[in-house]
Design a protein around this ligand. Sequence first.
Ligand code: F6R
Length: 593
Amino acid sequence: MCGIVGCIGKINTKKYLIEGLKTLDYRGYDSAGIAYLNNNQVEICKTVGSVSLLEEKSPKEITSFIGIGHTRWATHGVPCDINSHPVQSMNKTITLVHNGVIENFMEIKKELMEKGYKFTSATDSEVIASLIEDTLKSGKSMLKTLQSVMKKLEGSFACSIIWEEDKKHLYLIKRSSPIMVGVGDGFNLVASDAVPIIEYTKKIIDLDDDQIAIISDKEVNLYDIHVRPVIIKYSDKEPSLLSRDLNGYPHFMLKEIEEIENVVRRLCLNFFNGEEFTFDPHLMKDLHAADNIIFIGCGTSYHASLVGARFFRKQEIDADVFIASEWAYYPQISGKNPFVILLSQSGETADLIHCMRIIKEKGIKTLVVTNTKGSTLERNADYSILLNAGLEVSVASTKAYSAQVAALALLTSALKDRKKVVVDLNEACKIISQIRVREKSRLQALANKLKDSEHLFFLGRGYDHDFCLEASLKLKEISYIHSEAIPGGELKHGPIALIAQDTPVIVFISDPNTASSMRNNIQEVKARGADVYVVATHSLSKEDDFIIIPDYPIYLSSIAIAPIAFYFAYYASLAKGYNVDKPRNLAKSVTVE
Ligand code: F6R
């Protein structure tokens, strides 16, 4: 979603701000802006649209000691220049960029308006700027001012702030939205994500919630909400895992699909040393002691959670699965000794952070399965499993999904010391490679044929149905074709009414227990004129099935055959001429609730 950059000191300000914003653009945005000093005056340049447009619109060269930049994904107010960041306080003494959402901004705005403040934008961010300006009037230092402002603000924020009276420092405040500082030699950098910083320095400080940073070109000082100095700790970020190189691929999504095999193999090496599993023994102990596992996730991570819960139930451990934005408001906790597993590729999803707060209040232990080391969720969990899948740039998650499922397969197998999982995952990898070599062009042809469909249905049961949910999400989010995943047996309870002449239906059959029921479902939809494409494993296949793949351990459907759905969605989006990696209205890291 929104992205922040900032810099101070001896650095090419325009280059860092613009290039930095470009590296954050995968998160999704609709407008962009920068603020910098020109003859000691704060200048602002903003635009609706791309960072490249901003680059063209801004001066060719910017020699400024200090600068901040932002990509905005509209929440309060439509995308337009006025609502874009940086925003300023009424008297322009404060210029800031903000990620997050201020829940009580209307109340604060009203109070400030009663004092004579005027606002030009519809944003909650402008309210923070004027609140800082107003609080400074009482004669407090900036540090004390930021403390008092943070106490007033409800919601989430990461702000990078320039104060007209002290252009030798950048100020940061943070709660529930990520922000970090990169420490350089004669300069310091700010960003909401490590990607822009890592090219310049590996010394990165992740701010914790309710911290304030005061940054000069040579120093970084951190304070907690009581304005007590905080000892600085550097986070350990692996540059190769933050690379956003296309490596010759036309799109990140295609590259990321084709990385799945390596990602799964790497996970096996990370968590199995050839003789035994290497998960944290404390985590294993807590999982063994738990009588109910509560999975929470959103979107694709929710779909991976569904599979994870099946893995636990297979080991005779109760497991529930919830969508984060539902659980946050209707928390359900069963069992005498529950344990929560949160799945999040980004580790920054606001709905999950909300859940995490509730879970912590209840004193329940948590494991976060994430691709982002140092993310808010990772830092706040009792345990974390890192997917090490490398940066996922495409908004549509692919390799992170397969990695989540693989990590959970390894974890649950480790509980019973079931080493065969490693062999099974290798089998799944072989299927993935076979699909890449043999089926890609047929999937492209199918996508070209079905690209103008109004609806498309995915049918499956059990593990295949869990995967159908993901296949359907992937298709709709990047090709904008309406699609649904239907458990085979549910057809006759309603959805079959949607099947008409030539309605495309893609069916997955990999489970011998349900194969014949699935074949009956195929007859039912065919009788209504559906255009059916069956993907089946060899032993369950029929001659005219669309794709026949070798048999594989059925619990790994979401890994082995995932590329079929991912390629299909990719090629459908491509055929329709859409921006595959940046679908409309979506953001990579959903940092607002
Ligand atoms: C879809 C997709 C989203 C995310 C969801 C949760 O392709 O990527 O549905 O899975 O927004 O994000 P994370 O996993 O970062 O918590």
